[in-house]
Design a protein. Structure first.
Length: 173
């Protein structure tokens, strides 16, 4: 339908191209969305931000994009997609739509899709919509499925039963 030369070569075209609603996209090419684009148009995928293995961050990290952590982070991380590399250690809560853990996480993990690889080491609770844990992954904590694990942080805790102790006290008298 379209050839790469027709899309990328500058200059006039010899034949009028049919009107398109969206430009053709290839996996290795990013496009800027014009200001006149409708609000529902998906944003172009960019390469993830990478924190290298020799980097230590003390503080929270927040991005609308993707991030890959190879170093150490002492703080909470919120992203669209988060990859914790083999050499990474995160001490804090991580929240993302997609989370892949290859390294170490000490803290709560909240994501729509959570995957613990065979090299993962997680010490903390996991709140997810879907989860995959590979053989060999190390995990200490609880796992809880929720329809919307990204909803503003607080997971509902059950209140201690108030009626039961009162009833027990009444029976003992």
């Amino acid at each position: 339908m379209f050839s790469k030369t027709r899309v990328t070569e500058p200059g006039p075209r010899t034949q009028a191209a049919p009107e398109q609603t969206e430009p053709p996209r290839s996996l290795d090419q990013n496009y800027d969305i014009p200001a006149s684009a409708p609000a529902a148009a998906p944003r172009p995928r960019t390469a993830p931000s990478v924190l290298s293995s020799d980097l230590t961050v003390k503080g929270n990290i927040q991005t609308q994009g993707d991030i890959q952590i190879e170093g150490n982070v002492e703080g909470d991380i919120r992203a669209h997609q988060l990859t914790v590399g083999d050499s990474a250690t995160i001490r804090g809560e991580i929240v993302a739509e997609e989370i892949v853990v290859n390294g170490r996480v000490i803290g709560r993990v909240r994501g729509l899709k959570v995957r613990l690889s065979a090299t993962a080491r997680v010490e903390g609770d996991i709140i997810h919509k879907t989860i995959a844990i590979e053989s060999g992954a190390h995990f200490e904590g609880s796992v809880q499925r929720q329809e919307d694990p990204l909803a503003n942080g607080v997971t509902p805790k059950l209140a201690p039963p108030a009626a039961r102790p009162a009833k027990a006290n009444a029976e003992n008298e």
